[in-house]
Design a protein around this ligand. Structure first.
Ligand code: HEC
Length: 138
């Protein structure tokens, strides 16, 4: 870049604005992170739903190894199926509240839009997956 001496004040002003913008961004970002931080790990402090951590852990593995989480996000993001974040206790597509019995039933008699898992999971495995969905209640 060939900067003429006469344009130096302009360049300096431009730099000052840039520095100010970066400064503001650096100043505000820690606060934004603070607001979302603490969402991960352990029984969520903000949630009153109690769940079995060990059972939810094996449900998580089952859900991941069986591809559930390729259609269902766990963070509220969009996917082929509804996100599991906050799904627990919500009105289910088949009617009734989403709870353990509802999820066990979904896996045996899935809604048309979902892949069928009929006969794939033992009741214990279905309940573990349900516990994992429960752990994502908000
Ligand atoms: C191919 C994508 C896909 C996969 C894989 C998938 N799902 Fe789904 N799931 C869907 C869709 C789409 C719906 C919504 C169906 C509807 O609303 O009719 C759904 C609905 C659900 C619901 C019910 C939500 C409600 O409101 O009734 C549950 C619970 C669920 N899935 C759990 C699972 C579990 C557990 C697995 C893995 C064993 C799984 N899903 C795998 C696409 C998928």
């Amino acid at each position: 870049m060939n900067v003429k001496p006469s344009s130096m004040p302009l360049v300096a002003a431009g730099l000052a604005v840039l520095v100010a913008i970066v400064g503001v961004a650096l100043w505000t970002s820690p606060w934004e992170e603070d607001a979302t931080g603490g969402a991960a790990g352990g029984p969520a402090a903000s949630s009153e739903v109690k769940y079995d951590e060990k059972l939810a852990g094996s449900g998580k593995s089952l859900a991941e190894s069986n591809g559930c989480t390729s259609c269902h996000t766990i963070d509220g993001g969009s996917g082929a199926g509804p996100t599991w974040a906050g799904l627990w206790g919500a009105q289910g597509a088949k009617g009734g509240k989403v709870d353990t019995a509802y999820i066990v039933d979904i896996l045996e008699n899935p809604p048309a839009a979902m892949a069928s898992y009929k006969g794939k999971f033992s009741e214990a495995d279905s309940k573990a997956i349900a516990e994992y969905v429960k752990s994502l209640a908000q």
